[in-house]
Design a protein. Structure first.
Length: 189
């Protein structure tokens, strides 16, 4: 910068002039996917460089420089920091297929018939029909009404219930004395 001091008629005047006035660049707005390699400030002098690189996992790992121009503008290009596409893993596909096979035929019908279809008239009709048919089946399979006592005697109490059915008789109890072996007799022989 050139400075001139003029003295005219006893008064002093000071003028400043310069062939080019340098403008400073303002600080940048930094996106979240960019990592700074240069300290962040509110303004930068002409010719200053600003180094940035993409955050790991986003874009390539090359360092990009932005340069502060004499007009107060930043020149250079921002890096393309987009998320890298991960290759689909075969096991993720397999896991999805297994979940689909288990979910659709096993879990969804169970949830539907347990929680959603609780007050269906068709369901109530079907339950009542099954109860009636099972009652008819139990009525037709009754044991014949036998008036005589069974051939063997057991110690279990056998009483006839009101429907005319007999409980299943227990096998006869074996007397241990009748079938036991006297070891003294065998030893004497």
């Amino acid at each position: 910068m050139y400075t001139y001091i003029l003295l005219v008629f006893g008064a002093s005047l000071i003028f400043c002039s310069s062939p080019l006035v340098a403008a400073a660049c303002l600080g940048l707005k930094i996106p979240s996917d960019v990592h700074l390699l240069t300290p962040l400030r509110s303004f930068y002098q002409t010719g200053a460089t600003f180094d940035i690189v993409c955050v790991p996992g986003y874009g390539n790992d090359t360092i990009v420089q932005l340069r502060c121009d004499i007009s107060g503008e930043w020149h250079g290009h921002w890096p393309d920091c987009s998320k890298k596409e991960e290759k689909a893993r075969w096991w993720m596909f397999l896991l999805g297929m297994v979940a689909l096979v288990v979910l659709v035929p096993c879990i969804l019908p169970r949830l539907y018939f347990t929680y959603i279809d609780t007050s269906s008239p068709r369901k109530d009709w079907l339950i009542n029909k099954r109860r009636k048919s099972s009652k008819k089946m139990s009525d037709t399979i009754r044991m014949p009404n036998i008036s005589s006592q069974p051939a063997h005697r057991s110690t279990a109490t056998e009483s006839r219930n009101p429907q005319g059915m007999y409980p299943m008789p227990l096998p006869p109890i074996r007397r241990h004395r009748e079938h036991s072996v006297n070891y003294n007799e065998h030893a004497a022989k």
